[in-house]
Design a binder for this molecule. Structure first.
Ligand code: EPZ
Length: 409
């Protein structure tokens, strides 16, 4: 099946379990290249990008087996940086983590062939800048003459991927690598903690200033993947759109605070416990003004799901996207459902509209989630094509939505 069929207009009610974070699990998967012996990851999400990442590593010599649907054992002792399966690595952005992991372990790295959501140009200049600062040479594949030598480096802009890659490379040298301007997203902090589990020393964990001292001998470890804040936030945006009462379970409420603050401003009620958040919405959202930013700002990956919910607000909303220049491709599809929007440079203005069911097509992972949310909140039968784009990052989406009373196949 290539599409979702959604019969919308019903408030969402119930509890939904949240999976491990896609953007947290992927760096951990590639970080296993740095560890000798077995790594065991718990709470791995059962999604397309993880299965793709495991396939890439096994094609390059790793051994992997699933102990259950969410527990992965991986051993990369037999991994070599040669023969990159470019047909696979070209399907996702996280393949770029092969650069840092291979550099950290072997002192060389194959040229990456990466893909991922189409947001226009997605350069790797910051990644290569920090590798060169550490002593690596090359502008595609990388090599070192005398190994990595650590460095003091200040990122010119906050980059999740470049921070991840710098951490992976720095893990391979005992010389101190001092990094300022690092990303502090929860899933980057997860990687920092895992690297410490395999023997790397990191000062400043959770902050934007990290000092990394790698180890020549790094032993495999077990690790529990943190919850997916973006998946959880997507379900909260869905109930904000449809009205109802939804509890997202197995989450870290603190990591959801930027979204919760916006949803409170929009008129939703929030209840939280140590590992869950409940959102109550009466279906009468107020318009809000937000702009995306790296952590601790409002996460760019929740911009499309929130925008979909704001199409059902009673007032005007203004949403400024400060991370990706071209993240608005989904807006054209939302307009097919009656959304009343206006683009002003990097800012989207959303006005109240009478939304209607339609046949639309996902443009990317989070843009597709926005279309599903809009369909859930709209009376009638909608179709969202290119469901495989959503299956990359949302585990069991139809099943989880049916737990909340949605009519989706
Ligand atoms: C990660 O992408 C996520 N992907 C993205 O999530 C997320 O939107 C993004 O971080 C920001 O949070 C994964 O983790 C697999 P960046 P990444 O490097 O690492 C510019 C999703 O929906 N930049 O933080 O590629 C870049 O163009 C996906 O799950 C440079 O200019 O993002 C962008 O404008 C979509 N040069 C900004 O920085 C560089 O060398 C942020 O990019 C690197 C980045």
């Amino acid at each position: 099946m290539t599409e979702y069929k959604i019969y919308g207009g019903t408030p969402l009610v119930g509890s939904v379990p949240i999976s491990g974070a896609k953007n947290g699990a992927l760096p951990l998967l590639f970080a296993s290249i740095l560890a000798e012996g077995d790594c065991v990851f718990y709470n791995m999400p059962d999604i397309g990008d993880i299965r793709l990442g495991v396939e890439i590593l096994t094609r390059m010599g790793a051994c992997a087996d699933w102990r259950d649907a969410h527990t992965l054992r991986i051993n990369t002792d037999g991994f070599t940086p040669d023969a990159v399966p470019v047909a696979l690595t070209g399907q996702m952005r996280a393949s770029s983590y092969l650069l840092g992991a291979c550099l950290g372990r072997f002192g060389t790295a194959p040229a990456p062939c990466t893909g991922g959501c189409d947001f226009g140009n997605r350069p790797l200049d910051c990644h290569y800048e920090v590798f060169h600062a550490m002593g690596a040479e090359g502008d595609g594949s990388l090599y070192t003459r005398q190994g990595l030598h650590g460095c003091r480096y200040v990122f010119p802009r906050v980059s999740v991927g470049a921070t991840v890659n710098a951490l992976l490379a720095a893990a391979g040298t005992e010389a101190a690598t001092d990094l300022a301007g690092c990303a502090t997203e929860p899933h980057v902090v997860d990687l920092e903690r895992f690297l410490c589990c395999i023997g790397v020393e990191i000062e400043g964990i959770g902050t934007s200033h990290l000092t990394v001292r790698g180890k020549k001998k790094r032993k495999g470890a077990s690790y529990v993947v943190a919850p997916d804040d973006i998946e959880a936030g997507t379900y909260l945006c869905a109930v904000a759109a449809t009205g109802g009462r939804v509890r997202v379970c197995d989450v870290t409420p603190g990591a959801l605070s930027p979204l919760l603050a916006v949803l409170r401003r929009a008129g939703c009620e929030v209840e939280q416990s140590i590992d869950s958040v409940t959102l109550l919405c009466d279906g009468k959202l107020r318009g809000v003004e937000i702009e995306t930013a790296p952590a601790p700002g409002f996460p760019t990956d929740l911009h499309p799901p929130l925008a979909a919910a704001l199409c059902f607000a009673g007032g005007v909303s203004i949403l400024r996207e400060r991370v990706w220049q071209q993240r608005f491709r989904y807006v054209g599809e939302l307009s097919k459902m009656g959304a009343c929007t206006q683009m002003r440079g990097d800012t989207l203005v959303i006005s109240p509209a009478q939304m209607h069911a339609a046949e639309v097509t996902a443009t990317d992972l989070r843009g597709g989630a926005a279309l599903v949310i809009a369909a859930l909140a709209t009376e009638g039968r909608s179709v969202v094509g290119q469901r495989k784009l959503l299956e990359r990052g949302y585990e069991n989406l139809p099943h989880k939505l049916r737990l909340l009373g949605a009519n989706i196949v």
